[in-house]
Design a protein around this ligand. Structure first.
Ligand SMILES: [Fe+2]
Ligand SMILES: [Fe+2]
Length: 279
């Protein structure tokens, strides 16, 4: 059985129960975080192009799985954006996304060569597993924390998708004929990917999603400031068990024991760091 044959789309926009929306239960901080997340998710097509280049000779099944993955990520952006437009009529997904696109292009998306910026396909898949671990725990945390029923449903649907994405990339990682990487190399890649998220992607998406073009002259983009605001708005939803699950998924992708001492230590340290950041 190939990776692609076990990988099927879960839902469409028509399956979402939009009439459940209850404006009285919208939390403003969570709304800011959801707007920013919508822009990041909606930016998936660039990532699909890049990954298809990395896996150019991997066969039709892999190409199809990557395209399906990209469609689902884009749909996450569309669903979160639609919810945010209902919660805040001043927010326009397409408009905010156009600004985000204009100001943010990761260097590796613009590169024309074939290879992965992680050095190998296995490295690329580890980086993807890190991201999907993060998104799967993040949307689970939103689902558990939010009281607004429509967002609860959307976050639940997305969390399930992200978990399947993790499995897709985990299986693809182990299907590579390349030799396994050392644990240090794998750790280096994982930590590098986490640090990239501290870069402009999250801060600038938060800025474009929450500062209107009219407000721009009075509120110019400052990475540190908006990185802090983005962190505060999203970290508030987490509970300790979401973070432990995230760490376990990453540790499993690294080939270590997800229930061993390393996972417990990393979970405790990450929880401390995030708690300090959101304080
Ligand atoms: Fe997603
Ligand atoms: Fe995903």
């Amino acid at each position: 059985m190939t990776v692609a044959t076990v990988y099927k789309q879960g839902w469409t926009m028509d399956d979402v129960h939009w009439s459940l929306f209850d404006p009285s239960k919208v939390d403003p901080a969570l709304l800011s975080a959801v707007k920013a997340a919508a822009l990041v998710e909606y930016n998936a097509p660039d990532y699909v192009t890049y990954l298809k280049r990395v896996f150019a000779d991997a066969g039709a099944a892999t190409t199809a799985a990557l395209e399906q993955w990209g469609r689902e990520e884009t749909q996450h952006g569309r669903a979160l954006g639609a919810w945010a437009e209902m919660a805040d009529p001043n927010f326009k997904l397409e408009q905010a996304f156009a600004r985000f696109r204009k100001g943010y292009t990761p260097a590796h998306f613009a590169l024309s060569e074939k290879g992965s910026v992680r050095g190998s396909r296995r490295g690329e898949m580890i980086a993807r597993c890190v991201v999907e671990s993060g998104t799967s725990s993040y949307y689970s945390a939103i689902r558990d924390a939010c009281e607004e029923p429509l967002l609860k449903e959307i976050a639940g649907r997305i969390a399930a998708d992200e978990y399947r994405h993790y499995k897709l990339f985990y299986d693809t990682l182990h299907a590579q004929p390349e030799p396994d990487l050392s644990i240090w190399k794998k750790l280096w890649i994982a930590v590098g990917r986490v640090r990239e998220s501290d870069d402009d992607e999250l801060a600038y998406s938060y800025y474009c999603a929450n500062v209107s073009p009219e407000e721009e002259p009075a509120k110019p983009y400052k990475r540190r400031k908006y990185s802090r605001l983005a962190g505060q708005s999203s970290m508030a939803v987490y509970h300790r068990h979401h973070i432990q699950k995230l760490v376990q998924m990453v540790i499993k992708a690294l080939g270590a024991n997800p229930h061993g001492w390393l996972a417990n230590l990393a979970g405790a340290l990450l929880w401390r760091r995030l708690s300090a950041k959101s304080a």
